[in-house]
Design a protein around this ligand. Structure first.
Ligand SMILES: Cc1cc2nc3c(=O)[nH]c(=O)nc-3n(C[C@H](O)[C@H](O)[C@H](O)COP(=O)(O)OP(=O)(O)OC[C@H]3O[C@@H](n4cnc5c(N)ncnc54)[C@H](O)[C@@H]3O)c2cc1C
Length: 198
């Protein structure tokens, strides 16, 4: 791969992941962020639930599946990355996709699996393959690893247009912000760490 100067605007999870993978491939990467630190906008607010089931439109199933695999690969590459593969429970919103590894659990089974819920549904879907990460921690880890591969991080408060502040580049990447549906809420539960429902 020919070494190119690449500027990535934004140090959220997407920019950090790009920086890591490009720097690892010996590219000359500069990440520009308007906040002093990484992961201060959408990423910070994310549940960071790694899933293939919840409200996933068919056109994107393959991407969600590939992403799950990628997280396993990334965890092997970066053993310090904490991914909690303890599965996920959902109820009241039927999954858009049936998969062989889905397990329907009844109330008694749910009480055994998650004994600290205040209010139990009659039935829920359990997917043991799903997981969660700390969104800030993973973003910072990817950026730190990118730095180890030579990437630079620069905080520029308001970048409206490219000026002399930005080094000459071969490619400039502005990661698209993917919004998930904002119907999420935190229920009144006392449950295990990283347990979230929507
Ligand atoms: C409540 C909530 C829950 C979510 N839950 C999940 C979930 O469970 N699982 C999941 O996969 N996804 C979830 N998402 C979606 C996920 O969080 C986002 O897809 C992801 O964080 C987007 O990352 P990003 O890097 O594109 O954006 P951001 O984190 O917003 O990063 C963009 C960065 O670019 C910087 N920036 C923007 N413009 C400029 C500029 N002109 N100059 C310099 N810097 C600039 C910003 O400051 C910011 O740091 C959730 C989102 C929300 C809001």
């Amino acid at each position: 791969m020919i070494k190119q100067k690449i500027v990535i605007i934004g140090a959220g999870i997407v920019g950090a992941a790009m920086a890591y993978h490009l720097a690892k491939r010996n590219q000359d990467v500069t990440v520009i962020e308007r906040h002093p630190d990484a992961a201060r906008e959408v990423t910070e607010k994310s549940f960071a639930w790694i899933h293939t089931t919840h409200r996933v439109a068919p056109d994107y199933w393959h991407l969600y599946d590939a992403s799950l695999e990628e997280y396993h690969t990334l965890q092997q590459e970066l053993p310090e990355l904490k991914i909690h593969w303890h599965g996920a429970l959902t109820w009241d919103t039927p999954p858009l996709r049936e998969q062989p590894h889905f397990q329907k659990l009844n109330r008694e089974q749910l009480e055994v699996l998650e004994p600290n819920l205040l209010d139990y549904p009659d039935e829920a879907m359990y997917v043991s393959e799903e997981s969660a990460v700390d969104p800030i921690e993973i973003t910072e880890l990817l950026l730190n690893k990118a730095r180890e591969y030579g990437a630079k991080f620069s905080s520029i408060p308001t970048l409206h247009s490219f000026s002399k502040k930005v080094p000459a580049w071969s490619a400039c990447i502005r990661p698209t912000v993917f919004w998930s549906r904002m119907s999420s809420y935190w229920p009144q539960v006392q449950a295990s760490p990283n347990f979230a429902t929507r």
